[in-house]
Design a protein around this ligand. Sequence first.
Ligand code: CA
Length: 220
Amino acid sequence: MVKTLTYTDAVLTYVADTGVREHAVLKTCRDETMAMGGISRMQISPEQGAFMGMTAQLMNAKRYIEVGTFTGYSALAVALALPDDGHVDALDISEEYMAKARGYWAKAGQARKITGHVRPAVETLDQFLAEGQTGRYDFAFIDADKSSYDAYYERMLKLVRPGGLVAIDNVLWSGKVVEASDTSDDTVAIRKLNAKIKGDTRVDTVLLPVADGIFMCRKR
Ligand code: CA
C-alpha cells in the first residue's frame, strides 16, 4: 500500500470544512459531544458520517441498523440520507446517551424515522432475528464494545440482505492491531474478528484506512 499523506489536524479540518456538507443539527451534536470531554472519541468523524450517508444513498438503502449509537451522530447522518420511508434502528446500552441522541433526532425532524433500543444489543438483535427480520436490512454498522464485535457481526450478517453491507468501525484500533505486545481484551477481539473476516467466504470485503479503520463487508 502506498502511503500518500499524513492526516494532520489542519488537513482533517480542511476535509471537514470543504468536503463535508454537515447538517446544522449534526454540527450541534458534534460540538456538544466534544464538550463532554474524552468520551467524545466514541463519536464518528464528520467525513465518516458523510461517507456512511452517501453509502446508504448509493445502495438505495431503506433500512439501517447500528450497534453503538452514543449521542446519535451516525444514526442521524444515515437517517438524513434515507428516503422518507426509510428507517433506522439504533441500539445502545446507555439511556443517558440515547436521551441526548433522541433530542438531536427530533431537532432535525428525523425522530419518526429512527427507533432507539436501550438494552444489551445482542438481546435486541436476537429479538429481531426471532421476529423474522432476517435479510430485511440493507446496511448495518457496528461501533460498540469491542469484546462483543464477533457476536454483533454474526447477527448483523443474518439481518442484512444478500448484497447488503455490514460496516465495522475501529478495526485498526489506533494501530494497536499490529502491536504484538498489546494483548488487551479489546485489541485481541478486534484482531480475531479481522482475521476471521479475511477468510470469510460469506462476504466481499475492503478494509478502509479511514478514521480508525472501517471494515466494509458486503454479504454475498
Ligand atoms: Ca467508533
